[in-house]
Design a protein around this ligand. Structure first.
Ligand code: AMP
Ligand code: ZN
Length: 110
């Protein structure tokens, strides 16, 4: 999608240092980190949110990418978050998994 910031990252129109990348996914550091580790994992193909993601291969690829990020960063304890919809805190409408680690994470989240 043309005006989507994460499509621009996926298409390398915005230079990004990937934390992890494969054929279908890319992971990069969040611009405004909420923890010492805050990585975003996205599919290269545009899906606005989890509600629109209908491709099981991509779903599996995203979870695999989350695990690869954790493995590459050497973290075993981390939180994975998908905000779906405005009320749940979604601000960028290209689905992304947040991977947070490096500090104690409270539950329930705010
Ligand atoms: P959400 O509120 O779940 O939609 O999360 C959007 C996340 O994207 C926020 O944590 C932002 O800090 C992050 N973000 C927005 N633009 C960029 C960017 N250009 N590069 C990296 N992270 C970004
Ligand atoms: Zn997009």
């Amino acid at each position: 999608m043309e005006d989507c910031i994460f499509c621009k990252i996926a298409n390398k129109k915005i230079p990004t240092e990937p934390v992890y990348e494969d054929e279908n996914t890319i992971a990069f550091n969040d611009l405004n980190p909420q923890a010492p580790v805050h990585v975003l994992v996205i599919p290269k193909k545009h899906y606005a949110s989890l509600n629109e993601l209908d491709d099981e291969k991509t779903m599996a690829a995203l979870l695999k990418a989350v695990k690869e990020v954790a493995r590459k960063l050497g973290i075993t304890d981390y939180r994975t978050v998908i905000n779906t919809g405005k009320e749940a805190g979604q601000e960028v409408f290209h689905i992304h998994f947040h991977v947070l680690a490096g500090r104690p994470l409270k539950w329930p989240p705010g």
